[in-house]
Each structure stands twice: as C-alpha cells, then as structure tokens.
Design a protein around this ligand. Sequence first.
Ligand code: URA
Length: 198
Amino acid sequence: METKKTQLEQIAADIREKNVCPDLAKHATNLVMGDGNLDSDIVLIGEAPGKNEDLQGLPFVGAAGKFLNEMLAAAGLDRQDVYITNIVKYRPPNNRDPLPEEKAAFWPYLLKQLQVIDPKVVITLGRHSMEYFLPGMNIGAIHGQPKRVQFGDHTIVVMPLFHPAAALYNGGLRQTLIDDFLKVPAVMTQLETLPDRT
Ligand code: URA
C-alpha cells in the first residue's frame, strides 16, 4: 500500500507529465501542490499561488497566508493540523484571476488529492474554489454555512468562506471572515447533523 505522500507525489508527477496549463507552467517557478497534515480532517482550498507561493513552492505563505495562520490559531487550529492547497496549482501571471479553463483543468487533480487525504471537511476560501463544490451558489449569501455534499460514494462537509486576501484590508469582510473561522470547531463536532446542499 502506497503512503499518502507517495500518492500525492504521483499526482504532481501526472500534472507535469500531462503538461496541465502549459501557459501557466512556462512562467511558474514551482508547481504548488499543497502543504500540511496528510491525515487531517480539514482541507482548505484557495484560489491559486501568488508571487511568494510560486517562489517557495508552498501555498499561503504571503500576507494572506499570515492572516490565514492567525485565523486558524484563533479557531484553535495549528497550520500543521490542516492541509492547505489551491484549485489552480501554478501562479497566474500578475496574480490575475484564474481562468475557467485553468480551474477546470486542475479540478480532477484536486479531487484526486481529496481522495488521498480523505478529509471530513473542505473549507473553500473564496468563490473560485467554492463554485466547484457548491455550483450556482453565492458566497455573499452562504459564507460560513456548512453544507453536506455528495461526491461519488463520499459525503463531505463543505464550509464556504471568503478569501483571506479579499478580507485582509476590508474591515467589515475581515471581521466576517474571522467570525466564520471561529465556527469551524463547532462544525467539526456536528458533522452528522448538518444540512445537505439545497
Ligand atoms: N492566495 C491563494 O488563493 N492561494 C495562495 O496560495 C496564496 C494566496
């Protein structure tokens, strides 16, 4: 039986071999697969690497990452307790929004990562990852509200949150995101009783 680490390395190797998003790959320093605890019950999914992430090969290591670490700590979680990744795994030029075709190209690999890690809860950070787990929903309306979602033969709880970079310098949004993060421990204890996606 392969270890989770080996299985995740294989997913990275597949992305390189299949030449996923060659236009992004051409300009990227690193493929940023993810970081953290491979046995965690919680996986956080952002948008795409930025400049610092591209240089270090790790997700959320810039200003948004610092804010994310603070919110995790406020919720009683250490960064090493969770696994963090992005929907798009190469940095888009000048940090532009990832294109629909870039998100679609990386989506199957994100699903494979989730199959390997097998978390109970997925926390989406921002609308780019939310729209794949909760299609057609509006983040402004459903942020902080966990929903059970069926994926094949798996049920996971998806907790849609705003993106830390969007909330960092916006006072109202910042407090909303902090408040939503503080709900995570209660969500972890109520997993069976949460509403299905409606
Ligand atoms: N923003 C993201 O969405 N992901 C990162 O890894 C860093 C910033």
